[in-house]
Design a binder for this molecule. Structure first.
Ligand SMILES: Nc1ncnc2c1ncn2[C@@H]1O[C@H](COP(=O)(O)OP(=O)(O)OP(=O)(O)O)[C@@H](O)[C@H]1O
Ligand SMILES: [Mg+2]
Length: 200
């Protein structure tokens, strides 16, 4: 029996080959998948707590890939690997490594020159990361966790509250609607809604 997935608004559907990357063959429903992914995510958070992270370590391609692998590697074979197909969101896949390097360079420049507040730097990073859409799936959760890592471990500030929904942002609810609206405003380079939402 194949995998029957339900997609929320703003989700990126998986193609057939990506579905075949499911490591746990007993999973057939979206609910089961969510549970396994959530469990994997909790392991990633435990792993993360034990890491000694410096800005030099965090702001690398290899850390960004490693984090995705830790978040989804128990569930998906393609965890921690760049996508190799096009999605409704994101840039052409062959440009991912180049754009990610540009983003990391820009972020270092912002830090050196105090271009924005720490919250704005972390959230601009998050928005550009999810807009590149490095992976076949899990980009939203991965980009939110990256923003939390940046704000806590680089700037020493409290992690974001994300409308007090955190992982529940993956469900279809008011917080998700607000979150998606804020991302769309950020697509137009207006970050005010995302800045407010992330601390709400
Ligand atoms: N217009 C947009 N601009 C930027 N990012 C967007 C936009 N629409 C959706 N997104 C992001 O893309 C994510 C969906 O990508 P993907 O399915 O890979 O992530 P996910 O982690 O599985 O989902 P989720 O974040 O919903 O839990 C959304 O959650 C959101 O973070
Ligand atoms: Mg998804």
């Amino acid at each position: 029996m194949g995998l029957r997935l339900l997609y929320q608004p703003g989700q990126t559907p998986l193609d057939e080959e990506e579905c075949e990357g499911l490591k746990i063959k007993t999973i057939t429903t979206q609910r089961e998948l969510n549970e396994f992914e959530q469990h994997n995510l909790e392991h990633a958070l435990i792993w993360l707590k034990r890491q000694r992270l410096t800005p030099e370590k965090i702001l690398t391609e290899s850390f960004i890939l490693q984090l995705h692998l830790k978040m989804y590697g128990e569930v998906w074979k393609w965890a921690g690997k760049y996508r190799n197909s096009e999605k409704n969101l994101g840039i052409p896949h062959h440009l991912i490594p180049i754009e990610l390097r540009k983003l990391l360079d820009d972020f270092r420049y912002w830090m050196t020159h105090h271009t924005f507040t720490p919250d704005e730097m972390a959230l601009r990073f998050k928005h550009r990361l999810v807009s590149i859409h490095c992976f076949s799936n899990g980009n939203g959760r991965h980009s939110r966790l990256m923003a939390d890592i940046i704000i806590e471990r680089i700037f020493g500030l409290p992690s974001f509250t994300w409308g007090h929904s955190h992982s529940h942002l993956s469900a279809d609810n008011t917080a998700r609607t607000q979150y998606l609206q804020a991302l769309k405003r950020a697509d137009q380079l207006d970050y005010t809604a995302l800045l407010a939402f992330a601390r709400s």
